[in-house]
Design a binder for this molecule. Sequence first.
Ligand code: DGI
Ligand code: FE
Ligand code: FE
Length: 195
Amino acid sequence: MNRNEEYKEALKNRLTENRYIHSLNVADSAKELALIYGCDPEKAYTVGLVHDCCKDEPAGLQLSYMIENGVELSEYELDVAKLYHAICGRAYAEKVFGITDEDMLNAIRYHTTGRKGMSLLEKVVFIADFISAERDYDGVEVMREKAKRSLDEAIVEGLGFTIKDLVDRDRIIHPDTVSAYNDAMFNLQNNKSGE
Ligand code: DGI
Ligand code: FE
Ligand code: FE
């Protein structure tokens, strides 16, 4: 039995209305992708639901929560508050939501940067976040098509977009972001998608 209804109630109180709607939509997209690519649709739905559970907390509170719970941050993570919510979210999901499945916890932890060697569930959640129903950026339809065709193709498209944007804005690019891009590109070029 899953605890999704309980998580929804908790998230309604923790998140802004738009962020809550985003979470419901990512859950739906993650379930759809899981059914296409053959990973557990229930796990994908739950991770989609909770992936941004700490996003609307002030950065200072997220930081103290991580410190209290013994979460260690690298220099790049410490300096990039936008990345806190994924790392903090993993700790919160384990401690408060009682999620113990390591693959689900990793899918929350790496949903913003990605990483080298992502599991199918991690990839599914990573891409679901880009194509959820309320997303309307230029190019979202291309992303939705690619997501149905190949997760690695969608990762290259999505991270290519993110990395260009970060370069344009003089932001630090997390090493996991770069590794995730290279890994997906390598898989595409060597037909090693693992899908
Ligand atoms: O939480 P969401 O808005 O749904 O999406 P997300 O968790 O993918 O966060 C997207 C934000 O994270 C976006 O503003 C770009 C930023 N981001 C992703 N990777 C990196 C990054 N920011 C920096 N500085 N470095 C990264 O590697
Ligand atoms: Fe996020
Ligand atoms: Fe999100």
